[in-house]
Ligand binder design. Sequence first.
Ligand code: NAD
Ligand code: GLY
Length: 357
Amino acid sequence: MKELQVSASKKYNVKIDSGILSGLGQEAALVTSGRVAAVISDDTVLNLYGARAIASLNRSGFQVCSFSFPHGEASKNGTTYLALLNFLAEHHLSRSDLIVALGGGVTGDLAGFAAATYLRGIAYIQIPTTLLAMVDSSVGGKTAIDLPAGKNLAGAFYQPSLVLCDLSLLDTLPSAVFLAGSAEVIKYAVLADPEFFSRLLSTPIQAQTEEVVARCVAIKSQIVMHDEFDKGRRQLLNLGHTIGHGVELASHYQITHGLAVSIGMAMIARAAQAFGFCSAETTQRILDILHQYHLPTGTTLPKEALLSGMCNDKKRLDDRITLVVPREIGTCVLHSISMKELPSWLEAGWKEDRSWI
Ligand code: NAD
Ligand code: GLY
């Protein structure tokens, strides 16, 4: 078992081990005085793990209700969000009760936003069930839903009370979903840790999941501790995301978040070289590790569609947008450009990749 503490506006623990879902009830009783818990999951995850989560909560005296929605990014919207709020109200959850977000990043973002806003905020526990959610989305308190105009356009910063990463839940994860999570892992190595980058090259993530999750959470919690509300340093976590969000939107979410981040990282690495931010060697090392993990480094989506998705990015401030640009492995910088400069960055990073059609 590895245990880390995140110290933000709320202090909470992230526990990482195999089999800890069965201890959910006992853990929940330590973070809430409430007796009612709502388990929120997509349909796939509820079928796989809902009964185990509910049984554990029942054993610790919780009365449990569960809400599920069709899996996938398309559900992370206003309709599901409102249905979830109504569900919580119909089941009379009070301010002292609890939400359990059991699932990937979609569930965590949606349930977290409901927790942030229902009765102006009730406690929630994150139980991430994808690699991406374990290494990134379950920690740090960013919650959101998508709007038709773009990704994560409505949301709140709202920290969970506890994060339980049960590594055994990854056993049922389809390999394509695991792969998408690898892109976020590589993101952390490129951002902050050359040694971790080397370890990812020499040993596959699957062979070191506990260490990988713990390292990513440690890096993220350090960043969140210093900049919980994304005013500065936390924006570094958006490496690959500005172009990535454009890719997600332009593909109508057919290209999933992790894969879009991979494409975004590859494009920004090429552009960084073209604009003199990093050496050709650094760019090549980023492309090589993405290739080693069979991740995409380009797309066939029209550039105009990507640009229009990027213009709706929530990170845009008036006429400017901040890019996260690699300098060397382990070091990236924030670089603010005007929206007029964006097409030249996209052009410089562009590469068609037909292998992912
Ligand atoms: P997801 O939640 O849609 O999960 C991917 C798929 O895997 C789904 O079909 C789900 O049913 C299935 N699944 C999940 N766990 C499973 C398991 N253990 N066994 C079998 N199937 C399982 O997607 P994701 O990739 O986890 O998350 C992507 C989302 O996370 C995006 O919406 C992205 O914007 C968000 N995100 C948020 C943050 C943040 O800081 N809040 C950070 C990164 C990404
Ligand atoms: N995943 C980006 C962040 O949490 O800031």
